[in-house]
Structures are given as structure tokens and as C-alpha cells.
Design a protein around this ligand. Structure first.
Ligand code: FAD
Length: 354
């Protein structure tokens, strides 16, 4: 079955919904195709104790403030899922859940979007597929030998799954610090935290609000031709959210250097020391989920697609939203999703009306 529309948005997480909000304001006909069976994007898959690093009112999509969560300054992931589900309904966004896009191809004046629901002929496409479905695992000697459990951030749920076990948490970013803190504070799990370089905690008074401001200021400075100050990365890697702060202050969050190899049942450092392990949790990041765009042959260095703002340099009918700072300052955060979505919808409206 082939259907026609002005714009197909691929992905119905926060970035896709923000796109829908602005496409509607531009008066364009569009559909949002989302692989997940229910609303909420990747928030519905995150671990049980995860809380946002910003208060609700600083975690909002365009048009509607996120309501506060009773008893929580920093809302949990379930609250974000409820907010996104409500957002989708309130703005009557045409989201088709359980509809995965396999490929986007060029076909003369249209882009062909091949989805579970059939083929869509679109005049423009916004890709907003996030990174959650492309977990990254580093190559470490012996990874294939280890007979314990190996998980990535995406598979972690709660400390209850590791009672009385020795767990190695790998990674010095926010996920690594938060999961190590979650396990350590539980008291029933023996945790070793391994990081490639010593962990860099942001100062305790910095949360997502400040990060957004810093990311925006950096983009403005770069656009004005000033030298790069390093933006958010210059401040540190780990936001000291309350559980991280509690674990760190209790002395439970001291990192060891990255180990050199895994054996059948342990991890080993270069100096010959080792730690027995029942499980290794790789909190080693993500890559952009862009395989559906492979037929367009647009990929540049580091697996990214080169863009001017959100527009793909090699295909003016394609915009990318979310993913990371390379598609707009803090564009992969709740508060940062709105501005690039507005710009993309505006550019698409201009293109289709010219
Ligand atoms: P996603 O939420 O991943 O949504 C992508 C959607 O696209 C999904 O619904 C998926 O099903 C769909 N999809 C994927 N591939 C296809 C396909 N081929 N066809 C159709 N649909 C497809 N941000 C904050 O603002 N505050 C925070 O506190 C915060 N904490 C975070 C904590 C963690 C552990 C992580 C990983 C991220 C955090 N972020 C935070 C960053 C960011 O807000 C989230 O990653 C957010 O989920 C990104 O939204 P998105 O819409 O870009 O992608």
C-alpha cells in the first residue's frame, strides 16, 4: 500500500513529537511513524530509579509545561512517559505506534519511506530515531571469554537483579555514575566502577538548566566565529543528581582505572590485580540510529550525517532532530528539542511552498 503526505517523521519520541507540534503550526500534512508499541520513546525503557537531571518546568517540549511530579524535584522516567503520552494526545499528533521504518529512498520528486504500514511518498522527511536502539560496546580483550552476564545500559533495570553479586560497572559518564550509585546505595551488591579517566563530576549546583544554557552559548559563539570553549564538556561529565551525590559523599563512588582484559570469571588490570565478577554492565554510550537512511548514502565522519542546522547537506528534503549537539545545541534533551524542531518545520514549509 502506498500513501502520500507532505512530511514523514521517523520516530515518535520527544524529538519526533516536537517536530509534530511545529509541523502542525506550519499547516503541513504529516504522519509520525514510531517503532515502539506505546508512547514515550526511550524513556519507557530506562531503569527503574532513573530521574531527570532538571526540574519538570525545565524539561518541557514546546507549548506545554511538564507538570511537577508530586514529592519529586527531579521527575522520574515514568513521569516523562506520562507527559509524552499526554502531549501526543493533547495536540492530536498523528503517531502510528508499532510502525518501524526500514528504509528511506529517493524517487524523483519524492522520498519513499518504507515502513511496516507500507510505503509513504513524502515531500520531506524528519528523522528523529534517537540513539537508544544503537548501544555501543567497546572492544576489550577477553570480552568473548567472560561467562558471567554482560549487559549494556539499555538492559539494566534495578539492583534487585544483582543481589549478593559482584558487578563491574564500566563508563565514566552519567549512565555509569548513576547505575554504579544505584547498585552501591542498595547495599546488597558489591560494585566496582571502572572508568577510562578519573570521573569528572560537575559542581553540585549545576543541573540540566545550566547545561542547556552552556550548550546554547557555545553554539552562538561558534556561529559567530569565536573559538570553541568546549561547552558542556568543559564543565565535567557527570551531573551530581541526588543519588550520585549521596553515593559519592558516602565514599561509595570511587572509580578504578579501566581494566585491561576480561577472563572467564574476572576482570584484570595491567598491574596483574584482578576482581572476580558475576556481571559487567557496559555504560559505554550510544551511536545514532540511522540505518534506515543508508540508501541515501549521506554518512560522514563518526557515523554522523553532515548537516547545516538540522538539514542534511546532501539531501535538502531530509532533516535530523535529536541525536546530539551536532543537530542543534542540546537537541537530544527535552528542553532543547523544541528549537531545532521549529527551525526544521520552518525550513520544510519554506521548501514546500517555494
Ligand atoms: P528516543 O526517545 O530514543 O525516541 C526515538 C523513537 O524513535 C523511539 O520511540 C523509537 O521507537 C523510534 N524509532 C527508532 N528507530 C525507528 C525506526 N527505524 N522507525 C520508526 N521508529 C523508530 N535528557 C533530558 O532532557 N534530561 C535528562 O535528565 C536526561 N537523562 C537521560 C538519561 C539517560 C540514561 C539517557 C540515555 C538520556 C537522557 N537524556 C536526558 C537525553 C534525552 O532526552 C533522551 O535520550 C531522549 O529519549 C531522546 O529523545 P529522542 O526523541 O531523540 O529519542
Amino acid at each position: 500500500m502506498t500513501q502520500r503526505t507532505d512530511v514523514v517523521v521517523v520516530g515518535g519520541g520527544q524529538a519526533g513529537l516536537a517536530a509534530g507540534y511545529h509541523l502542525r503550526r506550519q499547516g503541513l500534512d504529516f504522519v509520525i511513524l514510531d517503532a515502539d508499541a506505546s508512547p514515550g520513546g526511550s524513556w519507557q525503557h530506562m531503569w527503574d530509579s532513573l530521574h531527570l537531571f532538571s526540574p519538570a518546568e525545565h524539561s518541557s517540549l514546546p507549548g506545554r509545561l511538564m507538570p511537577a511530579q508530586a514529592g519529586e524535584t527531579y521527575p522520574d522516567a515514568g513521569h516523562v512517559v506520562d507527559y509524552l503520552a499526554d502531549y501526543e494526545k493533547r495536540y492530536e499528533l498523528p503517531v502510528q505506534h508499532g510502525d518501524r521504518v526500514g528504509a528511506v529512498r529517493r524517487d524523483a520528486a519524492r522520498l519513499l519511506v518504507e515502513a511496516d504500514s507500507g510505503t509513504w511518498r513524502a515531500r520531506a522527511v524528519i528523522s528523529a530515531t534517537g540513539t537508544w536502539t544503537r548501544p555501543f560496546l567497546p572492544t576489550v580483550p577477553g570480552r568473548g571469554l567472560f561467562t558471567g552476564r554482560q549487559l549494556h545500559t539499555v538492559n539494566y533495570r534495578s539492583p534487585a537483579d544483582f543481589a549478593d553479586q559482584h558487578v563491574i560497572v564500566v563508563g565514566g559518564g552519567n549512565s555509569g555514575a548513576q547505575i554504579a550509585a544505584d547498585l552501591a546505595l542498595d547495599g546488597k551488591v558489591h560494585v566496582t566502577w571502572a572508568t577510562q579517566r578519573p570521573p569528572r563530576f560537575l559542581s553540585d549546583d549545576i543541573d540540566g538548566r545550566a547545561l542547556f544554557d552552556v550548550a546554547t552559548a557555545r553554539r552562538r559563539a561558534l556561529d559567530a566565529g569565536h573559538t570553541d570553549t568546549g561547552g558542556v564538556a568543559s564543565l565535567g561529565d557527570i551531573v551530581a543528581v541526588p543519588p550520585v551525590r549521596a553515593a559519592r559523599n558516602a565514599g561509595l563512588l570511587t572509580a578504578k582505572p579501566m581494566f585491561a582484559q576480561l577472563t572467564v570469571s574476572s576482570v584484570q588490570w595491567d598491574d596483574g590485580s584482578y576482581a572476580g565478577a558475576d556481571a559487567v554492565i557496559w555504560c559505554t554510550g550510544f551511536r545514532p540510529a540511522l540505518s534506515h537512511l543508508a540508501p541515501l548514502h549521506l554518512r560522514g565522519p563518526r557515523g554522523h550525517i553532515p548537516t547545516d542546522g538540522t538539514r542534511a547537506l546532501g539531501e535538502p528534503r531530509l532533516h535530523l532532530l535529536g541525536y546530539g549537539d551536532w543537530t542543534g545545541p542540546a537537541s537530544a534533551t527535552l528542553i532543547g528539542a523544541g528549537r531545532p524542531a521549529r527551525d526544521a518545520a520552518g525550513e520544510i514549509a519554506h521548501l514546500l511552498h517555494s
